[in-house]
Write a protein that binds this ligand. Structure first.
Ligand SMILES: *Cc1c(COP(=O)(O)O)cnc(C)c1O
Length: 381
């Protein structure tokens, strides 16, 4: 038995070690079980599990105060938040949008029976090229839906000017931008509506979840009604959907909100360490404009060409490091998009970009493994 135990020990240990060696692109932050379970106890006491319960309302209040936003609705996820945004603004027709985003930005437009009109991104940035937007406007254009990619703000001033001039609505997909500010102002306070995601892979999460943020009280009311099937008691006021979230999700949010500021600070330090360690490599990374408070949610790198990106990705995967092609493909190339247009800059970037594993609990040793792989792939050692 002793021998068997020993064999088992030696047999199992390396496998467990291998699992520990795997580095995924991100790792979900979890609060202490004790803290989470205190909220769960409250849920049991209240006997209230969903439908705008006390924890959901508390989370909404705390988020508004933390972010400095006037109105915020806690939603089941970021995708439904996008659909509610489009729906509550009663958009109909063409929506000018970015091809460089997560697929939900485009799919929400299609689910709301509008037409996505892709406007390429700006060279040297990952965001929609505001200088190209006007050339995409037709008599059917109703709105602009842009993403603050990797939490870098779009050219919000220019977009606002264009929207005013042409009487268009503006929605921001701010799923990457939790905690981002321009000066003292939350990025969520721009546009007619901003949405965000609280999915487990985002820096602030509620397991699944999202939010709709607006400056307009009436619009906020509409969204609140829209997320609860559009009726109050027996009074059916509008066509709604089930976009509520649960008390269990709210509890996770209340726990995570307590540590988010520390998380962002830890990420900033890591970000600087990554930047310093990668100096000299033939890659480009984010440019954070002055005056912007960033959240360091992602660490994207853009290679010189697709071959070098694939070589680096292959070598990392051989070494059990899993970066992600985020975003790929360029959304104008989705198979279900009719009348394909070309967006050369977005397509080019999406062929050359990788998001590196980037989360606060990465050890120095793990970071070194990532950097070494990159350097070897790029023949830099
Ligand atoms: C994550 C994400 C979404 C979707 O959010 P979910 O909460 O997963 O539905 C939408 N847009 C962008 C840019 C995202 O990163």
């Amino acid at each position: 038995m002793l021998i068997l135990n020993n064999i088992l020990k030696f047999y199992i240990a390396p496998q467990l070690q291998l699992m520990a060696l795997k580095i995924q692109v991100t790792k979900t932050t979890l609060p202490s079980k004790k803290e989470y379970f205190q909220y769960i106890d409250q849920i049991w006491k209240n006997g209230w599990l969903t439908n705008n319960g006390p924890l959901s309302l508390k989370l909404e209040l705390e988020l508004k105060s933390f972010l400095g936003v006037p109105y915020l609705q806690f939603i089941s996820n970021g995708t439904i938040a996008l659909q509610l945004a489009i729906n509550s603004l009663k958009l109909d027709g063409e929506i000018i949008t970015t091809p460089y985003s997560y697929v939900a930005t485009t799919s929400a437009i299609l689910w709301e029976n509008c037409k996505p009109v892709f406007c390429d991104i700006k060279k040297g940035s990952f965001n929609i090229d505001a200088d190209l937007i006007e050339s995409k406007i037709t008599s059917k254009t109703c709105a602009i839906l842009a993403t603050h990619v990797y939490g870098i703000p779009c050219d919000v001033k220019k977009i606002e000017q264009i929207a005013k001039k042409h009487n268009l609505k503006v929605i921001y997909d701010a799923a990457h931008a939790f905690g981002v500010k321009i000066g003292d102002k939350s990025i969520f306070n721009y546009g007619d509506i901003s949405i965000t995601s609280f999915h487990a892979t985002k820096i602030f999460h509620t397991i699944e979840g999202g939010a709709v943020i607006t400056q307009n009280k009436e619009l906020d009311k509409l969204i609140g009604l829209g997320k609860t099937f559009g009726h109050v008691g027996d009074d059916h006021k509008l066509l709604g959907i089930n976009g509520k979230n649960s008390e269990f999700h709210a509890a996770m949010g209340l726990c995570n909100l307590k540590t988010i500021q520390d998380q962002i600070e830890a990420r900033q330090e890591m970000y600087n360490f990554f930047c310093n360690s990668l100096v000299g490599l033939p890659i480009k990374t984010l440019f954070i404009p002055t005056g912007v408070t960033h959240n360091y949610a992602y660490f994207p790198i853009v290679f010189k060409n697709n071959e070098e990106m694939i070589a680096a990705k292959d070598l990392m995967e051989k070494n059990e490091i899993y970066p992600r092609r985020y975003f790929y493909p360029s959304l104008n190339r989705l198979p279900y998009i009719k009348n394909k247009v070309s967006c050369p800059i977005s397509e080019d970037i999406s062929e050359k970009v990788l998001c590196l594993p980037f989360y606060p609990s990465l050890s120095i040793e793990q970071m070194e493994r990532i950097f070494n792989c990159l350097k070897r792939a790029l023949n830099y050692v």
